[in-house]
Every structure is written in structure tokens, then in C-alpha cells.
Write a protein that binds this ligand. Sequence first.
Ligand code: NI
Length: 252
Amino acid sequence: MLFDTHAHYDDEKFDQDRQELLSSMPSRGVGLIVDPASDIASAMKARDISREFDFVYFAAGVHPHEAAGAGETYLDDIRALARDPKCVAVGEIGLDYHYDFSPRDVQRRVFAEQLELSLELSKPVIIHEREAVQDNLNILAAHPGVRGVVHCFSGSWETARILLDMGLYLGFTGVVTFKNARKCVEVVKNMPLERMVIETDSPYMAPVPHRGERNSSLFVRLVAEKIAEIRGMDYEDVEALTMENGRRLYGL
Ligand code: NI
């Protein structure tokens, strides 16, 4: 069975067929899914979905895109959500200087506050970083002891090594199947296997040959197949390994 460690089923793009699609997952080879939130409302929606499907878990957190609208009580809201037995992480959190939907100083503050909260709650974090490599590394370095995953990793091997030295996992999406994925392939080739998890980031990031389509956990198999090809491993071994790694990461 496959573990899709990052898929946004609370997204409205699943409103038409969410029940049907999720119901079909176990019979189609997907055994576990984590739905990371983008804000408090999305975390509550992800929690409700996790209550309907025993193989769906969720994370509670405020995404950098939503940092400016986090509000004054968001840390207490995450604390309350984190008491739910299906809440496995604080996320997704981080920095996005590509879109800059929230001012950068606000993004940094909300990221740092949630890293501190993850330590208080003893939960892993799910980190989103885009065009903010150095600030991400600096803020993480200021929070020793933080556990978790840098999701949709597509950075350099140099950056990967620093994150791995911090004890973090790296999550790989359909990006590994893209033609221009040279950096990503290098990281997959060189990194320790026990820190690798797979994900779809659904409804985004559909792998080749489905680029541009709505993504779903059914396509996480294509990520595992590509990793098997890059590492010269049997597909079944990658499937088992990434399941084991995902379980260890999220404590499942
Ligand atoms: Ni995401």
C-alpha cells in the first residue's frame, strides 16, 4: 500500500467527487493519506474528512499564503485542533517568496511561532518553502529540535544536505517526473532512503503524463515508480520503504 503524505482533500476542487474518490483509495492501493491545512477553516474541514475515513489524517497550521490573515487566536486554534486523535502534525507552514501573498516579515513571524508551537505540542511540522531557501534554513536553525518534513522538495543537493543534517525528511511529488527535474533527481539519487517520503500535493503538481490535470492520491504510484527508476530499486521496495518512513514521520 502507498502513503500519500500530503494531499489537500479539503480543497474545493474535490467538492464534486470527494466521497467517491476517497472511498475508492484502499481498493486502488492507497492505504494512508495526510491532509495538511492552509488555514484554520481548512484544518477544520480536513479534520471532518479524517473522521469519515479511517485512513485519512490531517495537519493543522497556517500556510505562508494565509499568514497575513492568521488572526490573533490562530495558535490557540491549532492547539485545540492538535488534541484531535487524527491530527498528526503542524502544517503546512513556511515561507513563499514566489507569490508573496503575505508580507515577508509576517510570513517569518507566523512560521517561527508555529515551529515553537510544534515543539510545545511534540508534533512534527510540514514545511512549504518557495524561493526562500536561506530564510527557511536560518529560521529552522534557530529552532533546534524541530522534527518534520520539507514537502514538495525541489531544491539543490547542498540545501538537502543541510535539511537532512537537521534530521528532517524530504517529500517528493510529481515534480520528480518532470523533464526539468534535474536537481530533484540528484537529491533522490544521493539522499538516505530512510528520510524519503512521497506525496502528491493534490490537487496540484500532477505527475507526467497527467501534467495540468487535477491530481489525486491515485497518482502517487507514479512518484514511487520514478524513485524506483532513479535508485535502481524494485518498485515494491520503494512502496514499502516510503510507507514505513511516512509512518515514522507522523507517528502512525
Ligand atoms: Ni501543500
